[in-house]
Design a protein around this ligand. Structure first.
Ligand SMILES: *[C@@H]1O[C@H](CO)[C@@H](O)[C@H](O)[C@H]1NC(C)=O
Length: 386
């Protein structure tokens, strides 16, 4: 078996790994705590990746420091990284990635362990909302061009910026995945998806400072189910229409989710004036809102920090959108806010069985619509939009 070679290499050269050639498990147990496991992890990964039979790299229980790690494919057979330990990033921000999985077909990331980005230092110096030339911070976990992947049970904590970035992936599932960061941590989006197809986020819990799940251009067939978000900014499509050549967003299904104490519930946002683009076939169903600022919101005048001109309408086309069976409580009187583009009014938008109770005392609650003629079926509470 090829893993013999890996075992010798790893044990003799690094003295930090044990490999069980028969089961294809590379175990970092012999590693002495306190230092950086990057070298040991990369060596084990390289050997496992070269194995013609399925293999596993194991980070056992314990606390470890890991510098930036690029876990690259293609591998000869499916590969698993099982993390049982608490893996800590270097405290000082460096580069734009911490742990990257790239060009792998058949990846499993599993275990009860965690990736802790030690974000507090980065958060204090983050001025990216005001300074477009700000330097980026490392993302906890990047999945670049990874196909047929399962990410289960692990936790991402305290990322310096986004926790997870999914780019160019096909058939990738996050299940029983956990994200933890405080409400006031800036730019700490939970899972950002761009230019990927067949993304499933199931039975997961995301508490963070920015979007729970953000869906960018080129995302297709994204299924979010049984996810609890909060604190954070909710589940968001966009923002779209800021850059040239954005790919369409199509086929987004968000079901059986709960949003607790978030700024937004379910949202679609695009920039006014700037670039074109489209989002279609987007469905939110069976969603519980618990004390959410803007539970249902389409905002085609999204322009934070005045980074754009609001004088021209958004060029992003929105169509085939539904909000169904949405109930719970709103912290603002405008519980439903559908603000579409005057240049490209929303097409084929449905509001069905919406029951949101305003918990404050700033006048009567209402639903507000602009540049859209929604199809309303069942209840629409608060009323409006006709
Ligand atoms: C999707 O990926 C999973 C691994 O998570 C695999 O078991 C499954 O067969 C893949 N589905 C397709 C259609 O390739």
């Amino acid at each position: 078996m090829v893993l013999r070679v890996g075992m010798l290499f790893v044990c003799l050269v690094l003295m930090t790994l044990t490999a069980d050639a028969r089961s294809g498990v590379f175990d970092l147990t012999k590693y002495k705590p306190g230092g950086d496991i990057a070298q040991a992890l990369l060596a084990a990964w390289k050997e496992a990746c070269a194995s013609p039979t399925p293999s596993k790299v194991l980070i056992p229980g314990g606390k470890y420091t890991l510098g930036a790690a690029e876990l690259l494919g293609p591998c000869k057979a499916p590969i698993e990284l099982q993390v049982e330990g608490k893996v800590m990033a270097p405290a000082q921000p460096k580069g734009e990635s911490w742990v990257t999985f790239q060009r792998i077909d058949g990846l499993t990331l599993s275990g009860k362990g965690s990736f802790n980005g030690q974000g507090h230092i980065a958060w204090a110096s983050n001025n990216c909302h005001k300074n477009p030339a700000c330097k980026g911070f490392p993302i906890n976990l990047r999945f670049n061009f990874v196909n047929n992947a399962m990410i289960k049970d692990v936790t991402s904590e305290e990322s310096k910026t986004f926790h997870v970035n999914v780019l160019g992936c096909k058939n990738i599932t996050f299940q029983n995945f956990k994200i933890v960061a405080p409400a006031e941590s800036p730019n700490t989006d939970g899972i950002h998806i761009g230019r990927s197809e067949g993304v499933h986020i199931i039975d997961s819990n995301i508490a963070t400072g920015d979007d729970c799940i953000s869906i960018g251009d080129g995302a297709k067939q994204v299924h979010v189910q049984g996810v609890t978000c909060g604190p954070g900014h909710g589940i968001s499509i966009g923002s779209l229409g800021k850059y040239d050549n954005e790919e369409p967003v199509a086929g987004i299904f968000v079901k059986h989710c709960t949003l607790k104490n978030t700024d937004n519930g379910v949202r679609i946002k695009s920039w006014p004036a700037m670039k074109g683009g489209s989002a279609s076939d987007i469905h939110f169903e069976d969603i519980v809102m618990d004390n959410v600022l803007n539970p249902v919101i389409v905002d085609q005048e999204y322009c934070p920090w005045n980074q754009c001109s609001k004088n021209a309408p958004s060029k992003v086309k929105l169509s085939k959108i539904s909000f169904k069976n949405i109930r719970g409580t709103s912290k603002t009187p405008e519980a439903v806010k559908i603000i579409c583009s005057s240049g490209f009014p929303c097409q084929d938008l449905e509001l069905s069985n919406i029951n949101l109770k305003y918990t404050g005392n700033q006048g009567p609650a209402k639903s507000v619509c602009k540049n859209v003629k929604p199809k309303i079926t069942g209840t629409l509470n608060p009323p409006g939009c006709h």
